[in-house]
Design a protein. Structure first.
Ligand SMILES: [Cu+2]
Length: 123
């Protein structure tokens, strides 16, 4: 009986490990919503970025609204190297970052220490 239990636990563990390494981990992706001729995306900053991938339309004014909930100083800046943006994100506040979407492409953003990442896709 005990052997059966140990065996089952082993099988469950192997299944979990397999899923962890080989399973599809989807990136949370969100499209912008329209608001008065503007594209708006709300991004929660809490232990990373949620969503961490954002899709917007080319050539339309775009505002990314970062709301910082995370208490760590790690995420208190958001950096868009391609746009030369380094924006401070005050704690428990929503900060708007306006980005240029004239050119289609993929633009990465990161925290001030380049530890957490997100991606803006313009198409
Ligand atoms: Cu950081």
């Amino acid at each position: 009986m005990t052997q059966m239990i140990i065996l089952s636990i082993g099988i469950v563990l192997i299944a979990l490990i397999t899923w962890w390494f080989f399973g599809k981990h989807q990136v949370e992706t969100e499209e912008a919503t329209m608001e008065q001729e503007k594209q708006i995306v709300n991004i929660k900053v809490d232990g990373g970025y949620s969503p961490e991938q954002v899709i917007v339309k080319k050539g339309m004014p775009t505002e990314l609204r970062f709301t910082k909930i995370d208490g760590s100083s790690c995420l208190d800046h958001v950096v868009f190297p391609d746009f030369g943006i380094n924006q401070a994100l005050p704690q428990d506040e929503t900060t708007s970052v306006t980005v240029n979407t004239d050119q289609a492409g993929e633009y990465a953003w990161a925290c001030g220490m380049n530890m957490f990442h997100g991606k803006l896709i313009v198409k």
